[in-house]
Design a protein around this ligand. Structure first.
Ligand code: ATP
Ligand code: MG
Ligand code: MG
Ligand code: MG
Length: 562
């Protein structure tokens, strides 16, 4: 591709609203442009990288026998009512009406559509197992779209759905997908970990997330320094979906204090606070439990809090909020000492997957923890809230360390939930009707693109791994007024493209300095520069990643690249 004939609008300055590396470099190097908050266009370079990532994903999906389909982004609200998620999903679900006031959804994910399709088309165990996948645009009205492609409101996902007639078959697909994901992210050049995760609102049992390790990641993962053990700790984050079941609603009989609230009151209050976009975090620091309530937009505080994990004192993130809670009778919300028996109760409550724990010590100080209603929280996961760096690890090997990660993919064993809700049944080999079992498997394709940039850049720009780079070779002609340089450039361009290389050819009438700077920004793995020695057929070859430089005769370029 001739650079004079494509659209690569590089920027000299870092855009003010881009605060992480991938967002900055993708804008500056002309890969993407923001249309509005959380919505982006992929320019030619961005589209090429996206295609490369999708190609890797397709190859690995096809390899494990998944079938590519394309389901609609526009979905009927009725399907979402059938699954119960019309009410459960809350404001993240993009809802819209047609001219007849019929209700629709712009798909944030496709369990409903996929399940209803299989319900209608597959009736016999003979057709199972079956796995479908698609690569498609998803819509989520994220509370806080941010970090460029990492958290968009419109983004590209690969989502797959598997259907089964037995637990064993589901388990096999799950393991196969887990391996395929490991292949995908390895091939994409990412430093990642697969971690035990919380099944959240998906209603599933077993799930792993794939996390690209990066300081800008919004998740904190605990992992063992000596084994494969790794898990996501969402730090008792309070989402908008808590509720009580009978056994959880019992107030904990704790220490006798004058203004102890029942859990119901606590939850009512926090429920109210949470609607206003707040978040609470419970920390155990040495012997103290600390509740911190933050407002949603206090991002800095949240980040700081994560770093405080191993510190001995956490300051209240938002004094106004703590003031409100104090007035509501919750006593001090600062770091508090918790007597041993309270600690045990709290610990047990979390082990029992309680939604709410609260307590107070003799000085009339209270702590509260409200967890999202997640019936199937993994015990290991729950326990992690009580793990500190340096503790032995849950699987008995090594000690715990913490790292931040970007969730680039997730695999779920959904079980029978969606099939039950939507009535996806089949006839087994005895002719008896049974409910299908399902798995679902997502890769954030556009988020993965950004995660690769987070892990592969330097202070001059992006440094693409070869397999996802938009082009393999960047060919530069330094002085387009010099006939011999232009001629040699054209000749090399022809030679390389005929040999099957994907070449970006900078034939623009720009200064050498601009060409070099743009080339570093764009980050193509190999650079071939035609300059002053063009008369002798000598060019300069440079490897973007290592900076390694060499002068060669132009006829030696191909042997060198091979
Ligand atoms: P997160 O915890 O970051 O909100 P999620 O768990 O809600 O993500 P899933 O429902 O598991 O996301 O979707 C599958 C994949 O889609 C995720 O692993 C992630 O890579 C990607 N993804 C989810 N939300 C977004 C988003 N807003 N922008 C870009 N990619 C996203
Ligand atoms: Mg999400
Ligand atoms: Mg998640
Ligand atoms: Mg997820």
């Amino acid at each position: 591709m001739r650079q004079s004939r494509t659209l690569i609008p590089t920027l000299k300055e870092t855009p003010a609203d881009a605060d992480i590396a991938s967002h900055q470099w993708l804008l500056r190097a002309g890969y993407i442009r923001q249309n509005f908050s959380g919505v982006y266009s992929f320019l030619p370079l961005g589209k090429k990288v996206l295609d490369k990532i999708e190609q890797v994903v397709r190859e690995e999906m096809d390899k494990v026998g998944a079938n590519e389909v394309l389901m609609p982004a526009l979905q009927s609200a009725d399907l979402w009512r059938e699954s119960g998620r019309w009410d459960k999903m809350g404001p993240e679900l993009m809802r819209l009406n047609d001219r007849h006031e019929r209700e629709f959804v712009l798909g944030p994910t496709h369990e409903e559509v996929a399940t209803s399709m299989i319900r209608d088309e597959v009736k016999s165990y003979k057709k199972l197992p079956l796995t479908l996948y698609q690569i498609q645009t998803k819509f989520r009205d994220e509370r806080r779209p941010r970090f460029g492609l990492l958290r968009g409101r419109e983004f590209i996902m690969k989502d797959a759905y598997s259907f089964h007639d037995s637990e064993q078959s589901l388990e096999e697909s799950y393991q196969t997908m887990y391996q395929a994901y490991t292949q995908i992210f390895t091939r994409l050049g990412l430093n990642f970990r697969a971690v035990i995760a919380d099944s959240g609102a998906m209603g599933g049992k077993d799930t792993h997330e794939f996390m690209a390790l990066s300081q800008v990641g919004e998740d904190t993962i605990a992992f063992s320094d000596q084994s494969d053990y790794a898990a996501n700790i969402e730090m008792a984050e309070v989402l908008d979906c808590y509720s009580f079941s009978e056994q959880e609603a019992k107030p904990l009989e704790l220490v006798d204090t004058p203004n102890q609230k029942t859990m119901q009151q606590v939850a009512d209050y926090l429920g109210h606070a949470l609607d206003a976009g707040m978040k609470s975090l419970l920390y155990q620091i040495d012997d103290a439990f600390v509740l911190v309530v933050t407002r949603g937009d206090h991002e800095v505080n949240e980040i700081k809090l994560k770093n405080h994990f191993a510190a001995s004192k956490v300051e209240l993130a938002d004094e106004k909020v703590s003031g409100e809670l104090l007035q509501a009778g919750f006593g001090s919300l600062g770091p508090i000492d918790v007597p041993a028996e309270v600690k045990v109760v709290c610990d047990l409550a979390v082990r029992a997957m309680a939604n709410v724990t609260c307590g107070a010590n003799q000085d009339d100080k209270h702590y509260v923890n409200v967890n999202p209603k997640r019936d199937l929280v993994n015990v290991e996961y729950a326990d992690l809230r009580f793990i500190k760096a340096g503790d032995p690890s849950p699987d008995g090997k090594g000690t715990i360390e913490f790292a931040e990660g970007i969730e680039i993919g997730q695999v779920f064993k959904l079980g029978s939930f969606y099939a039950e809700q939507l009535g996806a049944t089949y006839l087994n080999d005895q002719g008896k009707s049974e409910t299908m079992l399902m798995g679902c498997y997502g890769v954030g394709v556009s988020r993965t693109l950004a995660a690769i940039v987070e892990q592969h850049h330097d202070d001059k720009g992006i440094v693409w791994p070869v397999q996802v780079a938009p082009y393999q070779i960047h060919l530069l002609v330094l002085n387009s007024k010099k006939e011999e340089q232009v001629q040699l450039g054209e000749q090399i361009y022809h030679q390389l493209t005929s040999a099957g290389y994907d070449v970006l050819y900078d034939d623009r009438k720009e200064r050498a300095g601009i060409k070099f700077a743009d080339s570093d920004l764009i980050g193509i793995p190999y650079r071939v520069t035609v300059g002053k020695q063009a008369d002798d057929g000598i060019v300069e070859c440079k490897v973007r990643m290592t900076g390694e430089q060499s002068e060669r005769h132009f006829k030696e370029i191909i042997p060198y690249l091979e």
